[in-house]
Design a protein around this ligand. Sequence first.
Ligand code: FAD
Length: 313
Amino acid sequence: MTEPLTPGQVSELRKKHYNATLVALRKPNPELGIFRVQPDFPIPPHKPGQYTTLGLGGWEPRMPGCQEEVLQSGEEAKLIRRSYSISHPILTETGDLVPAGSLPWLEFYIVLVRFSETGKPPALTPRLFMLREGERLYMGEKITGHFTLEGVQPDDTVLLLSTGTGEAPHNYLLWQLLSSGHRGRILAACCVRYRRDLGYLETHQRLVKMFPNYIYVPLTTREPETVHQKVYIQDLITSGQLEEKLGQPLDPAHCHVFLCGNPKMIGVPTVDRITGAKTYPQPTGVIEILEARGFRADQGSKARGNIHFEEYW
Ligand SMILES: Cc1cc2nc3c(=O)[nH]c(=O)nc-3n(C[C@H](O)[C@H](O)[C@H](O)COP(=O)(O)OP(=O)(O)OC[C@H]3O[C@@H](n4cnc5c(N)ncnc54)[C@H](O)[C@@H]3O)c2cc1C
C-alpha cells in the first residue's frame, strides 16, 4: 500500500504529464466510449489505420466495480500508457463524408476492461472511463503502425473484419476508401456480444444506403436470437455467408483483408525460424482459414501479403 498523494502533488503531476484534452465523449453503453481527444500540439501526420498512445496517471480514480488494484510504492505517481488505434467519424451531421483534414481532434473507440484474464488488473481503462469532457490526459506525439491501405488498388475487394472495438481503425480505413471513391466492394463485419456494443451501427446503416459497393455485417453472440447459433467471423467465412453477402467469390488476387481485435479471431501463426514451418493456434483463426484459400498474411517488409492484422492483446 502506498500513501495517497496530496491534491497539490496530483495537480503538479497532471500539469507535468498531460498534453491533451478530452473534448467530446459519447458512451453508446456504460462500458463503451467514443473519445475525442485534442492534443495541445498539432496532430502529427499519419495514415488511416495507425495508432498512438493515451495515458493517465496512477493517481487518477478508478471506476468502481473493476478488478481490485494494489499499487506498489511509487506506482501511484507514474503515467499509465496504452496503445489505441485511431478511429474516425465518417459522416457529418448533414450526411456528407467528413472532409479531409477538417478535425482538430482524434477519435478513439474504447471498451472498459473491468477484469483481466491475465491476472494483472487492467490499469488504464478503469481510469479512462472516469474522465469527463473538458478533462486532461496524455496523448503520445508519435502515430505509427503498418495496418494501412498501402498496396490496395481502387478495384480491389476490401474486407474489414473485427471484434468489438477492433472496428476503430476500420472506420478510419473505410472513411479513406469512401472518400477516395474506391470502386471495389467493401465489406465490414464486426462481432460483438450485444447489439448495444455496436457503437457505430447507425453510421454504417446510413453508409449502406449511400454507397452501393458497401456492405455491413453486424454479428452478435449474446442476443436471444443469436445466443444459441453464434456466428463468429471465422464461421461467416467457412459457412459461405461472407461470399453470399459480398455477392462474389473470394479472390486472393484482388482482395485485401484487414483483421483487428481479439487475437483468437485473428489466429497469427508462429513460424519456425529454421524450417519456416507454420503452426496455427487453436481455436482456428481467420488467418488459417484464408491462407488455406490462397491468401497470405502480411509480414511487413519480410513478405507482403493481403491479410493485414492488428492484435489488441
Ligand atoms: C496497436 C494496438 C491498438 C489498440 N487499439 C485499441 C482500441 O482502439 N480500442 C480498445 O478498446 N483497445 C485497444 N487496444 C488495447 C489497449 O491498448 C488496452 O490494452 C486496453 O484498452 C485495456 O487497457 P487496460 O490498461 O485497462 O488493461 P490492460 O492491462 O492493457 O489489458 C488487460 C487485459 O484486457 C484484455 N483486453 C485488452 N484490450 C481489450 C479490448 N479492446 N477488448 C477486450 N479485452 C481487452 C486482454 O485480455 C488484456 O490482457 C489496442 C492495443 C494495441 C496493441
